[in-house]
Write a protein that binds this ligand. Structure first.
Ligand code: ATR
Length: 267
């Protein structure tokens, strides 16, 4: 049996197992299985060694291990620059970050070209880092709005990316074509919250990409739509980061549509 999985703490609510196991089933890969592996932070290094000793093929890495894992594997340049690992091949101990490609692939699938475009990123945490890195490499003009502006400045500095730290008012007036929500505001079970400051009029005709996928339609997506724009949730990013990991471990082209359908059914 070839075993892969996701390591995190907690890991109970991860949707990756059903998504990957559905993909294995659809392709008749009965000798592959994807597990949830709960690993407390203080035993990460030892646990990775145990997984390798037990011939686990590879793992996805989620909260709180994405940064700490960086120092325990051979991280590629992308993961090093983002400062986080989300996929490890335990056969070689090589690791990468498929969140960046997952996001950029999903923008492409939605026919969104960010080259030269003005893009506002809401948030400056871990999710924002991967997304700002991808946007920056693609040549977007980036503005970050964050509750803690210093954290946004530090994000630009540490990525050696250029851009502006803005308020919601400045972002609304900037003329952005895309707003990406990388905060947790509006995520289940707080679906009534909005990542946009509702005292500031929302710009018209803007596309919102919300990295949240539960609920499937967030308050922010709805706000874009009532203002003549368009809303996209984060399910595509989740599927595509997983698809890239699947390809890396198995060498097999993943069944993207099966993965989408499985997640839609689960949510
Ligand atoms: P992740 O790794 O998922 O990005 P994180 O590093 O905790 O998680 O980052 C969460 C982001 O959501 C941050 O930008 C955070 O703002 P701060 O940097 O000011 O903490 C933002 N965020 C979380 N709760 C928020 C709230 N109630 N209002 C505004 N921003 C919030």
């Amino acid at each position: 049996m070839n075993i892969v999985g996701v390591i995190g703490y907690p890991v109970e609510h991860s949707l990756s197992p059903i998504m990957h196991n559905a993909a294995f089933a659809a392709l008749g890969m009965t000798d592959w299985r994807y597990d949830k592996i709960a690993i407390p932070p203080d035993i990460l290094a030892h646990s990775l060694k145990t997984l390798r000793d037990n011939h686990i093929v590879g793992v996805n890495v989620t909260v709180p291990h994405k940064e700490a894992a960086l120092g325990l594997v051979y991280a590629d340049i992308l993961a090093q620059r983002v400062g986080a690992v989300n996929t490890i091949d335990l056969r070689t101990n090589k690791a990468t970050n498929t969140d960046v490609g997952g996001f950029m692939d999903d923008l492409a699938a939605n026919e969104i070209d960010v080259t030269g475009a003005k893009v506002v990123v809401l948030g400056a945490g871990g999710a924002a880092r991967a997304i700002v890195y991808g946007l920056s490499e693609a040549g977007a003009q980036i503005g970050i709005v964050n509750r803690t502006p210093e954290r946004a400045r530090e994000l630009f500095r540490s990525l050696a990316a250029s851009g502006e730290v803005m308020t919601h008012q400045q972002a609304a007036a900037w003329g952005a074509s895309l707003i990406v929500n990388c905060t947790s505001v509006g995520m289940y079970p707080n679906g009534e919250a909005n990542a946009w400051d509702m005292s500031v009029p929302f710009p018209r005709g803007v596309t919102v990409y919300d990295t949240i996928y539960r609920p499937a339609r967030t308050q922010l997506m709805e706000l874009a739509e009532v203002n003549g724009g368009h809303g996209i949730n984060g399910m595509g990013m989740l599927v595509r980061q997983g698809a890239a990991a699947f390809k890396l471990w198995t060498g097999v082209e993943p069944p993207i549509e099966v993965m989408f359908a499985t997640l839609r059914g689960a949510l």
